[in-house]
Design a protein around this ligand. Structure first.
Ligand code: ADP
Ligand code: MG
Length: 348
């Protein structure tokens, strides 16, 4: 785990603020033609020609959103970028730039921040976005990371949460609940480690779900796929808090109801087996787990032939009139009203 790493410890104060910024950002390369000026001036300069711009920000706080006892810093940097890109893709836009701001206490050596930035750099490379700025400051408590993602989308191609219509199909990408079950496994191993620091966890049987938690991916590919299929969703959102909560957002913003079918929920076999092991209901996990960073969207029924054969896409529900309400139709064909649970950062 993380304590074993970072043998070398260079004090941040040895570099000073500007030395630190230079050191951390020296590997970033500009790849996007829309980036006229990246890091190094008072502000970045971007040129999107005729396109619309989308902007989204997230703030991650140590011990609220991440726990460094089992999250490697490199993964944290990667995830901090990816979760923001996911919001850009959820607008049907292409992510092009990010800014990264950190507040960090002296207990972090330079080598720890190098790990964090290696993850940020990897995500920027894989998703083809430029890191064009940020801010660096000190913190008296833990680590804070804020990422702002910027993207572009052609006029009239942007997709809001608000466009779903009755009779539209509800579609989700990939599978659900993996990130949550990965977290359960990591939390359990952390408890074991506290009791016996020499224990070496065997995470191999959980490789898929642990990766879903530690190294999530954003569905950049889906934005491209929808374009290739010539499908413009009527509404879209990314699954960060949990499927129930996201469905309720779409229904509220669009003024519609929904029937969600339990027997259609896409679950990986590893999620099912781990749910059995932990004695947790897999439907509850799929509905409320969160952090899967899949895309949830609605399409009009006439687009069904274009999407039906695609293994990345599962039709899980049917939009209804608002008066109908929002329900889960269970395997036993009973109707249960859908309620948001999501992640309760404030209730902890
Ligand atoms: P200012 O005083 O104008 O805020 P800074 O000295 O904070 O400028 O930043 C200098 C340059 O480095 C700017 O381009 C800024 O966006 C960038 N920068 C600062 N901190 C970070 C960081 N943590 N990650 C990436 N870029 C950063
Ligand atoms: Mg600054």
């Amino acid at each position: 785990m993380i304590e074993d790493k970072n043998q070398q410890r260079t004090q941040l104060s040895d570099l000073g603020e500007f030395g630190l910024i230079d050191h951390l950002t020296k590997n970033f390369k500009i790849k996007q033609s829309s980036t006229l000026k990246g890091i190094g001036d008072d502000a970045a300069v971007l040129d999107f020609k005729q396109n619309k711009i989308v902007v989204s920000t997230d703030l991650l706080v140590e011990n609220v959103h991440f726990d460094l006892s089992y999250v490697p810093l490199k993964h944290l940097g990667y995830k901090a970028v990816v979760v923001n890109l996911s919001d850009v893709y959820a607008m049907n836009a292409n992510a092009t730039q990010v800014t990264v701001s950190i507040a960090v206490s002296n207990r972090y050596p330079l080598e720890a921040l190098e790990e964090l930035y290696a993850g940020i750099e990897t995500a920027a490379r894989i998703y083809n976005v430029d890191v064009v700025g940020g801010d660096t400051t000190s913190s008296t408590t833990g680590l804070l990371i804020s990422v702002t993602a910027i993207g572009e989308v052609k006029n009239n191609k942007e997709v809001y949460r608000s466009g779903a219509k009755p009779n539209d199909l509800l579609v989700v990408t990939g599978d659900l609940g993996g990130a949550y079950m990965g977290l359960q496994v990591l939390e359990r191993e952390k408890e074991v480690y506290k009791v016996n620091p020499n224990s070496q966890p065997d995470l191999e049987p959980y490789n898929y779900i642990v990766e879903r938690q530690l190294k999530p991916e954003a569905r950049k590919d889906i934005v491209k796929l929808l374009e290739d299929l010539e499908v413009k969703p009527t509404s879209m959102i990314d699954v960060s808090d949990g499927l129930s909560s996201e469905i309720l957002h779409i229904c509220k913003e669009s003024g519609v109801g929904c029937d969600l079918y339990e027997n259609k929920l896409p679950l990986d076999p590893q999620v099912i087996s781990t749910c059995e092991e932990f004695n947790i209901d897999s439907t509850t996990v799929a509905l409320n787990g969160g952090e899967d960073y899949e895309l949830l969207f609605t399409v009009s029924q006439e687009d069904f032939p274009k999407i039906k054969a695609n293994p990345n896409l599962t039709v899980i529900g049917f939009m209804r009139e608002k008066e109908h309400g929002v329900h889960l139709i269970t395997r036993a064909e009973t109707k249960i009203e859908l309620k948001a649970q999501g992640w309760k950062n404030f209730n902890a």
